[in-house]
Write a protein that binds this ligand. Structure first.
Ligand SMILES: Nc1ncnc2c1ncn2[C@@H]1O[C@H](COP(=O)(O)OP(=O)(O)OP(=O)(O)O)[C@@H](O)[C@H]1O
Ligand SMILES: [Mg+2]
Length: 455
């Protein structure tokens, strides 16, 4: 069906979004273009409607003429080519007809986000247009991405359980798309689970539910991410899996703007990835700088020392760099080049504090001496203490929970995110001080402030 081959001048995948504009920049084509750019795909647009919108309301909608919607798709295809497309807000039956007509002239993969209602509650699809969307566009779709309410509206019954959801998947596939994913953003629970079905097997993609008000544009950015991965040649299943990871970090580090739901941050993913080499290099430079302190040997605890430094948007231990095998001392510091994912212990401090609202990125554990605590206090640092002997049995039983528990105790003790956390040990556990900071320069200042104590 495709009339043109794009052999000349194609060094980059091209994706198209057929969707509305959100003047608040959180959802719609604005979210889509940011997502395409972050995922290294060139983004193109067929605008369907203009909405006057902010983080909590939509006050006006003006539709683009159906001819104009169609023409935008054709003109892009003719010159740049399209590797994958998505649609978002298709306000009226006339626009749906036009999109169906033009998409059926081509065979590129197509992601249909059946947008019905904005986060703020405004209607983005007219009631009478829902049937047109199903009849005209579902059969052309590679995948449709309803949220729970949209899925209920499509199948005509409530989805309250996993077995309801599984029946709904089957019923939606019956309407013609190659695959479907029902999104879990609006289903309660500890995890936000998206259920994928391609007519053969069901797969669950799961991420911890983030307590966040920055969820404006999640659906748009998620379907745009699926489209970007399809444009890059991934399968439907892989594209959904990757998009799920992408949307999770975009919500966790969303933009706290406006009075309503703040915009997701599709750039979080790329900033995080782009920072990796720099994080390793800065950490390596930091340890070299420390090694020039003559008294550095006195800082090293029995169990060895480590230093961690995270990407700007850490999601787990693999976003936090440290020294494999820790740092030892014998006539000078002994260490190897830092790597990501090698310090569970200090990474837990950073991840737990982040969960509690801190911006900490760097941590170092040093040998406990009494006077150090007083010295750090008089330098103006916030100190948090926890008593390991009070660790509840149910915490002890779960591998890796001690630090989380301890950090929370220290947080309460300090009355907010501490700069210093210490404990006095327990049977077989050495007492320890952990210094915490938002960047390595401030961490260096903390350490060098202790010169008089450890010399
Ligand atoms: N609080 C959350 N924590 C983790 N993931 C979430 C959260 N809210 C939504 N998601 C994820 O974001 C993606 C979009 O899902 P959601 O159900 O929010 O779509 P939507 O209702 O279409 O969004 P929109 O209102 O922006 O159109 C899914 O992958 C979903 O699992
Ligand atoms: Mg949506």
């Amino acid at each position: 069906m495709d009339m043109i081959t794009h052999e000349i001048g194609r060094i980059y995948p091209v994706a198209l979004t057929i969707a509305g504009s959100d003047s608040g920049g959180g959802a719609g084509i604005q979210a889509d273009l940011k997502t395409f750019a972050a995922l290294q795909v060139h983004g193109t647009v067929a605008l369907t409607s203009i909405t006057a919108q902010n983080t909590y309301e939509v006050t006006m909608v003006q539709d683009i003429s159906p001819d104009m919607v169609e023409e935008q798709v054709r003109v892009v295809y003719r010159d740049l080519g399209i590797d994958a497309a998505k649609s978002g807000m298709l306000h009226t039956t006339e626009i749906i007809d036009a999109v169906s007509k033009v998409l059926n002239e081509y065979s590129f993969p197509y992601v249909l986000d059946p947008v019905m209602i904005a986060k703020s509650g405004a209607k983005l699809l007219m009631d009478e247009a829902i049937e047109a969307l199903i009849d005209k566009l579902f059969p052309r779709a590679s995948i449709v991405t309803p949220n729970r309410f949209e899925a209920e509206r499509i199948v005509g019954y409530k989805i309250d359980s996993i077995s309801d959801a599984e029946k709904a998947l089957e019923d939606i596939i019956g309407l013609g798309p190659e695959a479907v994913v029902i999104k879990g953003g609006h289903i309660e629970g500890e995890y936000s689970i998206d259920i994928f079905y391609d007519g053969k097997s069901i797969e669950y993609f799961k991420a911890p539910r983030i307590e966040s008000r920055t969820t404006h544009g999640t659906g748009c950015s998620f379907s745009a991410a699926i489209t970007a991965f399809l444009a890059r040649g991934y399968s439907l299943r892989e594209s959904v899996e990757n998009a799920k990871r992408f949307i999770t970090i975009s919500i966790a580090y969303g933009l706290e703007l406006g009075r309503g739901s703040g915009p997701v941050n599709p750039m979080a993913y790329i900033f995080n990835e782009a920072s990796r080499i720099q994080v390793l290099e800065e950490l390596y430079r930091f340890v070299k700088r420390l090694s020039r302190l003559e008294w550095i040997g006195n800082l090293i605890p029995e169990v060895g020392m480590n230093i961690t430094y995270s990407t700007p948007y850490p999601m787990n231990i693999n976003d936090i760099a440290a020294f494999p095998g820790r740092i030892r001392y014998s006539d000078g510091l002994i260490y190897s080049y830092p790597r990501f994912g090698v310090s569970r212990h200090l990474s837990r401090y950073i991840l737990k504090l982040r969960e509690l609202g801190s911006y900490v990125r760097a941590a170092i554990n040093i040998r406990y001496v009494d006077e150090a605590i007083g010295a750090l206090k008089s330098l103006g640092y916030k100190i948090g203490f926890y008593d390991r002997r009070l660790e509840p049995d149910e915490v002890k039983r779960v591998e890796g929970r001690t630090i989380e528990w301890g950090v929370y105790e220290a947080y309460k003790d300090a009355g907010g995110p501490p700069d210093v956390i210490y404990h006095l040990g327990d049977w077989g556990k050495e007492p320890m001080i952990v210094l915490l900071s938002e960047d390595l320069d401030s961490l260096y200042n903390m350490v060098s402030g202790l010169e008089g104590i450890y010399i």
